[in-house]
Design a protein around this ligand. Structure first.
Ligand SMILES: C[S@@+](CC[C@H](N)C(=O)[O-])C[C@H]1O[C@@H](n2cnc3c(N)ncnc32)[C@H](O)[C@@H]1O
Length: 189
């Protein structure tokens, strides 16, 4: 099956199960960033069923020594993702970790050139604090869902993140990817 067909099938199947995967528009944007960055080491927080991870893997598969470390704490989601990585023929590129990202990130030995934060929204600031040391100079950090118009309570969850970047004068961009999904991009200096 072609890669695009596989991704469509995967997303359609999981939408029925209410899995909050990134949109195709977001996936394309992130893949383009990975492409221009020639990112070899990617870190993802929040694997879910592996849809975003597989997108990233398709993008890096022709770069030698590239890999993705992806962290998920739900055993069910982790198990589903492993099956999907196998079906997508990308398992050799992925280092999946079943653990709480808040505990495991400090133990990671590598530094990454692309980091995607898509875990529990109210912990986005904590994830950012942890990954900043693990990101290479000029590495790209993306935080998903920084604005969701349909959910008013969502903004509350993101307040610690907004306060943190403003108080610490961390240069960032907020990019409207879809009507209902905006991301924050930080370039590690
Ligand atoms: C929005 S979903 C990820 C969607 C996925 N990135 C995609 O687009 O295909 C968020 C996932 O993060 C996981 N998660 C949330 N907080 C976490 C944490 N502290 N450590 C590990 N996984 C976490 C949840 O179990 C959930 O599966």
């Amino acid at each position: 099956m072609k890669e695009e067909e596989f991704l469509k099938k995967l997303k359609a199947h999981w939408e029925k199960n209410d899995i909050p995967n990134i949109s195709f528009t977001n996936a394309k944007f992130l893949r383009d960033l990975i492409k221009i960055k020639k990112a070899k080491k990617i870190l993802e927080i929040g694997t879910a069923n592996g849809f975003s991870t597989i997108n990233f893997a398709y993008e890096i598969k022709n770069l030698s020594y590239s890999s993705i470390t992806t962290i998920e704490f739900s055993p069910k989601s982790y198990a589903d993702a492993l099956i999907n990585f196998k079906e997508a023929w990308v398992e050799s590129l992925i280092n999946p970790i079943l653990w709480n990202a808040l505990d495991v990130i400090p133990k990671l030995k590598e530094k990454y050139d692309f980091v995607f934060i898509d875990g529990m929204k109210k912990r986005s600031k904590d994830f950012l604090l942890l990954v900043r040391n693990k990101t290479k100079k000029w590495g790209i950090i993306i935080i998903d869902d920084v604005i969701k118009f349909k959910k008013i309570e969502h903004k509350e969850k993101m307040l610690p993140l907004y306060n943190y970047v403003e108080e610490n004068k961390i240069s960032h961009n907020i990019i409207p990817i879809d009507v209902d999904d905006w991301i924050m991009m930080i370039i590690k200096d």
